[in-house]
Design a protein around this ligand. Sequence first.
Ligand code: SF4
Length: 337
Amino acid sequence: KEKILEVKNLEVSFKTYAGISHAVRGIDFNLHKGETLAIVGESGCGKTVSSKAIMRLLPESNTLINENSEVLFHGEDLLKKSENEMVSIRGSKISMIFQDPMTSLNPTMKIGDQIAESILIHRQISKEEAYKEALEMLQLVKIPNAEKRMKQYPFEFSGGMRQRAMIAIALACKPEILIADEPTTALDVTIQAQIMELIGELQKELDMAMILVTHDLGVVASVADKIQVMYAGKIVERGDVREIFYQSTHPYTRALLDSVPKIHSINKETLYSLKGTPPDLINPPVGCSFAPRCEYGMNICRKKYPELTKFSDTQECNCWLHDPRADVSNLPENMIR
Ligand code: SF4
């Protein structure tokens, strides 16, 4: 399939009062037409910063992006586009939905008008046509009584319905890429599943590529084709969805998987939760950033950043456990590949 997005050596830092915080420390990845890439990690790992950098939504006043970084969309570097050029790309070619629709929806505008407006920004059609398409979008995202809902304000919608309306706005111009940042985190569990199912269906229907940003590996199982796990501004492991769920090789990925509720152990007390906190990104560690929290940590881990080990065409990870010299006698069997 055609490669539509290529992120090369993306490095993003922020100026803060305490110093320069290195939020994203040189990441590379590709996205192909119609494919879903999940970027997974705890808050502060750089996943949202990466997606906002792609959309050029980070505040210019305190953001520093390495001049060698590239975000190639059909071969053109988005990091070099003017703001005007980005305005025509955002929403029409690449769209984004966020965790809390209330912050992205305009509370003073009727839902129908908001969807129609997002269509009119990018296309020269009449208001009536835009309104008609807006109605079709609300039907597409399965909002009941769509005609009546068109005339309502966001506060008249439930959380799940607001997220559906946000999806309708994001998809109104049939973008090639949808970036969904924690799209279901603010919703309760049954609604979460419905929204993910809807996103998956629409993605197939519109043959759209998607970057799904989340802290919850459980959310991505049914929709992702490939997963990359981020920790402290770097990608520590990537693979296709089966490799990550059944044969993950990085202790951090394992910890994330262990914290996903299993069907038979919904009891929260039995859920594993990862102890400790990610490192300070103003002074990132020299070696493996996960070392202070890793149950398999070795001396080398604190001294040198782990080299890349490739396991297949799709799976690779940065962890010293996969160096031939490492003692792997106490590793779970399916972690050794
Ligand atoms: Fe743990 Fe060392 Fe692997 Fe880092 S490199 S994840 S500290 S074993």
